[in-house]
Design a protein around this ligand. Structure first.
Ligand SMILES: [Zn+2]
Length: 279
């Protein structure tokens, strides 16, 4: 992302906002990600820079790979493509097959579950949209949240996980083309959020990564905030993210050289997600 150019856009936009907020769409702003996962499941070690488990909430990763996942029945093609591209990015970073799509959850999406944690009770690793976000108990400012179960045999390993995406308060899609939406009934403006960027961060949690402060790694996708708004994307991970994910899953092939992995990740990030094969 060209930060200077984006700021230029945002400033130009602000001047226009007072005249016509809706036509202008969303301006750029930073959204905190601090409530997008369960901090209670994050160990003390993960926040200690001197620990080998720094930045890792589940250092042993998934009990079984690839992670078999389903998507909710309301996810559209562009959202699926963004999600798939984010998964591919983590696979490029490790040189391993981490994910396997096993179907759409017929008739089921985030709204089917009475609260946030009940979707974890089945054996399905689900990627769900919630258009009734309130019942997750998370505030409106939370874009998505990742929940997981650690294995009863190994509490440093993950056995199941779901991601719940907030589509009550945000429009999720390709931020290079989507606009925000004004909901007349509620007078609410739904900001556009790049699905690939958001999924990359949430999948980082799903794979075992915790937040990394910008002091420790300013360009990590696991920084506890992201920029949202029209045209704003961050579709790649940092070299630090690559090193941390390889600590959990190891690596295969040329990407065991983290510089090579970063090159491959950056190359892939230039591809428009909507052009990649959808599931
Ligand atoms: Zn997060």
């Amino acid at each position: 992302m060209n930060v200077a150019a984006r700021y230029g856009f945002a400033v130009g936009c602000v001047a226009f906002i007072f005249g016509n907020f809706i036509a202008c769409g969303a301006q750029m702003y930073r959204v905190s990600m601090s409530e997008d996962h369960n901090a209670a499941q994050v160990s003390v070690e993960s926040t200690n820079p001197n620990s080998p488990a720094f930045g890792l909430h589940s250092p042993h990763g998934w009990v079984k790979l690839p992670i078999e996942f389903k998507v909710g029945n309301k996810m559209d093609a562009v959202q699926k493509s963004g999600l798939q591209a984010a998964m591919k990015t983590w696979e490029i970073a490790t040189g391993k097959t981490l994910f396997k799509f096993v179907g759409v959850q017929d008739g089921v999406d985030g709204d089917s579950f009475p609260d946030l944690y009940s979707s974890l009770k089945d054996a399905v690793n689900g990627q769900y949209l919630d258009s009734n976000w309130k019942k997750t108990g998370k505030p409106d400012v939370v874009l998505a949240t990742t929940i997981w179960n650690n294995s009863s045999q190994d509490t440093a390993a993950i056995s199941t996980a779901d991601i719940r995406f907030n589509v009550q308060d945000y429009v999720l899609g390709d931020a290079l083309t989507i606009k925000g939406t004004y909901v007349e009934a509620s007078g609410q403006f739904k900001d556009p959020v790049d699905m690939q960027t958001l999924a990359l961060h949430e999948l980082g949690h799903l794979l075992g990564l915790s937040h990394i402060s910008s002091d420790a790694d300013a360009v990590s996708i696991m920084n506890p905030y992201i920029y949202i708004g029209e045209g704003l994307t961050n579709r790649h991970v940092s070299i630090g993210d690559i090193e941390r994910i390889q600590k959990i899953y190891g690596c295969e092939g040329a990407v065991c050289d983290a510089d090579k992995a970063l090159e491959a990740v950056l190359e892939f990030s230039k591809i428009d997600a909507t052009q990649t094969a959808a599931h």
